[in-house]
Design a protein around this ligand. Structure first.
Ligand SMILES: Cc1ncc(COP(=O)(O)O)c(C=O)c1O
Length: 380
């Protein structure tokens, strides 16, 4: 049997909705299916307003412009994240200030943020690694005390909650990804959630190439003009149709994926109890979307052995992110690997396991058997 790392899932109505969107004659952004997705997200998660974008990366960039990040402004973010998180900052002249992660969650360590705040700090940009929410409550408290903006990178956490509030609902702004590797797939796609009411109108202008076209569509004006900075941050209605077919089946998808988290947790629990590994673990404060599963091994050698032996069994397991601060671009910003020793160490020992919706029905047993065999060989 061959187990890929990721595989796309069909929720049922994709073809029907995509054909409907195709034949509607309206293929660009903010049409029927975009509106359906936006309404669904607002109703379900209590988001202020939602702007569908061509990717999570584009949502991050749009958010940085909307938040008014200017050259020289400092943005505090974890080093343990995807390049898109930091690129959005540096593309507009912002300076990344990297923070260590919490080894229990692999998210930014909120207790270490305040020490990094300077006169130039404008924003805190946490992520929700593997779909597990960061400590958004503590991060908002710090931000309010220092008058900072919080931009939550929820690329992996659509449908996750922290203390009964949806990821993305508490921060000033939040970015989601609907890339095919995510729980809900538009091929490529994303969303920017804007929870500051005074920013909503400007967000429409930014999304529509810096024009007030929206006011023409609303009948307020008869000609639109260039009123702000902007770009084309719109998702095609055809892709939104595909996305809607997936989002309407959110609970069924969550249930299937939860079986994978449960199976991996049960397999690794005895090894965690013996102190060999750390793994993704949620508390009563978290409700997971079951996006991914990670394991941190006791040594880098054991992590490498685990990956190699599983690949021999055709099970695809991978390392996590390579830290940003010690990547070639991080070094250009003046960082050295030793600046964030904890992140360096954890990143060298972390492994991500195969995780996709249909694995629950086909392949999970093989994964568990193979991993059990390998773990018993490593820790015999
Ligand atoms: C934390 C994080 N931010 C941003 C992105 C970028 O999203 P997209 O691929 O939709 O541009 C990803 C993608 O994996 C991600 O994991």
């Amino acid at each position: 049997m061959r187990i890929p790392f990721n595989k796309v899932h069909f929720a049922g109505n994709e073809e029907k909705y995509v054909l409907d969107a195709l034949h509607s004659g309206a293929h660009c952004g903010n049409h029927k299916y975009c509106s359906k997705v936006v309404d669904l997200m607002k109703d379900q998660f209590n988001f202020g307003d939602v702007f569908l974008t061509p990717s999570g990366t584009a949502a991050l960039e749009m958010g940085i412009v909307l938040a008014g990040i200017e050259p020289g402004d400092e943005v505090i973010l974890p080093s343990y994240t995807f390049s898109s998180t930091v690129n959005a900052v540096v593309l507009f002249g912002g300076i990344p200030v990297f923070c260590e992660v919490d080894p229990i969650t692999m998210n930014i360590d909120a207790t270490k943020i305040e020490a990094l705040i300077t006169e130039k700090t404008k924003m805190i940009l946490p992520i929700d690694y593997a779909g597990l929410s960061c400590d958004i409550e503590m991060i908002m408290e710090i931000a309010n005390r220092h008058n900072l903006i919080v931009f939550q990178d929820c690329a992996q956490s659509y449908g996750s909650y922290y203390k009964n509030k949806a990821c993305g609902a508490e921060a000033h702004i939040a970015a989601f990804s609907f890339h095919e590797t995510k729980n809900f797939n538009a091929g490529e796609g994303g969303a920017l959630v804007v929870n500051v009411p005074e920013w909503h109108e400007r967000a429409y202008f930014l999304q529509e190439k810096g024009t007030d076209r929206r006011l023409v569509l609303k009948g307020v004006k008869n000609k639109y003009s260039w009123v702000d900075k902007g770009s084309s941050y719109l998702l095609s209605d055809i892709l939104a149709a595909m996305l809607y077919a997936q989002l309407e089946k959110e609970e069924a998808i969550r249930t299937k994926r939860s079986a994978i988290t449960d199976a991996y947790s049960n397999l690794f629990a005895p090894f965690m109890n013996k102190g060999h590994i750390q793994m993704l673990s949620s508390t009563d404060d978290h409700k997971l979307n079951h996006h991914a599963f990670w394991v941190v091994f006791d040594t880098m050698e054991n992590s490498v052995r685990f990956m190699e032996m599983l690949r021999e069994k055709n099970v695809s397991v991978y390392i996590g992110y390579l830290p940003l601060h010690s990547a070639p671009m991080g070094l250009k910003y003046g960082y050295k690997a030793e600046d964030l020793p904890l992140t360096e160490d954890l990143a060298s020992r972390i492994t991500r396991l195969p995780f996709y919706t249909d694995l629950a029905d086909n392949g999970l047993e093989y994964c568990i058997e193979s991993m059990n065999e390998v773990l018993n060989k490593i820790y015999q």
